[in-house]
Design a protein around this ligand. Structure first.
Ligand code: FAD
Ligand code: UDP
Length: 393
């Protein structure tokens, strides 16, 4: 009998397992259908010995010191600020669009004020910004929208930016200065020995048992547990009884070249040409010294593993129906990107898992004081139906 079954060994499942095991002395079984830990953040040496991210480039960035402090128990960090170039009109220019981008594309020599005027003349006034198209048109106007965003977004998501929530392209700022960093968060570093090593340390606890290559549906009737954390797709948990939530998938093509470096920066985006969206060369991220170099091409796909929830109102509405089912399901906590159908970055998933754990701990403490009172709980997770949470194995 386990106190907890945790489905998924990515950020959501591993943080929950680590906290429950180390802070509440709970006996935890973590399963993952994949043959490895770390979820989509999994990194591994490829055949040439180059450290790659099997599921595409993962750059850690956050403004939350508490999340840095938590993860720093399991890893040291290497400085890294992500930079991305876009291939537009045959040139390589910075994305997010900045002063260099405008000056290079248009053969100008504008100051920051000049860039501001340049954009102001082109912006489309939109009162109610609802879609991803609205966001970009109202910031940079039609031409830059077409060059940088429309094609990339259609390729990545399989729909036009006008059909996507504004939150998607709102991830990308526009700048009038020369800052060419992809992110401006206060903390931008990579785990010094990689993500997988960090997860190994998180899960290395005598209260945690790990079973890989194990699908939840195959063990749910044979394993005994009191409570569960589910980090897979929420519609799958409920056997798609309200219908399928749409996800966007990717096919990752990993390649190794017999030279030290092939790109000037880690990632090059292709908004106008090619079937792939971007190419990432890992040695920029990892700092690895190696005579060869490895890259990943990302080909968006409608079929395959679910990597991205698709932010559209109709999908959010269906998710809310599943969320209502989740609230009515005792003793199961839904944590992470797929379980909440939210386009979370890694730090947001860690933050959600830590907050969920704190609620579990608080309720257990309250139940210790008043064991006959059933606890109520808000947020995205589940209520506790009993008072077993502090019971020892
Ligand atoms: P996951 O990592 O998906 O883990 C869920 C785990 O559950 C998986 O390992 C899965 O195999 C397992 N599972 C699911 N269903 C079952 C089942 N039925 N039985 C058993 N196991 C199951 N974030 C950033 O902050 N920076 C980035 O640069 C960044 N880049 C990204 C690039 C790509 C291409 C993608 C797809 C995502 C990127 N992200 C990035 C987001 C990041 O991957 C997620 O925020 C994070 O990995 C989510 O963690 P999670 O635990 O919720 O989900
Ligand atoms: N985007 C774009 N052109 C780019 C970069 C991004 O159109 O050169 C849009 C696209 O819709 C993308 C979104 O902005 O999906 C968010 O980009 P981000 O790099 O954050 O995507 P992720 O790394 O999550 O795939």
């Amino acid at each position: 009998m386990y106190d907890w079954l945790i489905v998924g060994a990515g950020f959501a499942g591993s943080v929950m397992a680590e906290r429950l095991a180390s802070q509440m002395d709970q006996r935890v079984l973590v399963i993952d259908k994949r043959p490895h830990i770390a979820g989509n953040a999994f990194d591994v040496l490829d055949a040439a010995g180059v450290l790659i991210h099997q599921y595409g480039p993962h750059i850690f960035h956050t403004n939350a010191q508490s999340i840095v402090d938590y993860l720093s128990q399991f890893t040291e960090w290497r400085d890294y600020e992500h930079r991305v170039l876009a291939q537009v009109d045959g040139m390589l220019v910075p994305i997010p669009i900045n002063r260099t981008t405008i000056n290079t594309l248009y053969g100008l020599n504008l100051t920051s004020d000049g860039v501001e005027r340049f954009l102001a003349e082109r912006r489309v006034p939109i009162d109610d910004i609802k879609t991803s198209e609205d966001v970009v048109l109202s910031t940079v106007g039609h031409e830059l929208y077409e060059k940088f965003f429309r094609g990339y977004t259609r390729k990545q998501w399989g729909v036009d930016p006008s059909e996507l929530s504004r939150t998607v392209t709102a991830r990308i700022p526009t700048r009038t200065n020369d800052d060419d960093r992809y992110f401006t968060d206060s903390f931008q570093r990579m785990p010094a020995e990689g993500y997988t090593r960090m997860f190994e340390r998180m899960l290395d606890h005598p209260n945690i048992e790990l079973r890989l290559a194990t699908e939840y549906a195959d063990i749910r009737d044979s394993v005994k547990f009191r409570r569960m954390v589910f980090t897979g797709p929420i519609d799958e948990f409920f056997d798609h009884r309200l219908g399928h939530l749409p996800y966007r998938s990717l096919r990752f093509q990993h390649e190794t070249y017999d030279v030290e470096q092939v790109q000037p920066v880690a990632t090059i985006n292709f908004p106008q040409t090619e079937d792939y969206t971007r190419v990432t060369e890992y040695k920029h991220l990892t700092g690895q010294k190696h005579a060869k170099t490895s890259v990943t091409f990302e080909y968006p796909s409608a079929t395959g593993d679910p990597y991205y929830p698709i932010p559209r109102e109709e999908n959010a509405a269906l998710y809310r129906e599943y969320e209502a089912l989740a609230r009515a399901t005792p003793d199961v906590w839904f944590v992470g990107r797929l379980a909440n159908y939210k386009y979370f970055n890694m730090d947001q998933v860690v933050g959600q898992a830590l907050a969920t754990f704190e609620r579990i701990r608080k309720e257990a403490e309250e139940q210790d004081v008043a064991p006959q009172t059933s606890a109520a709980q808000g947020g995205t997770s589940r209520h506790l139906s009993g008072s077993l949470v502090r019971q020892k194995p």
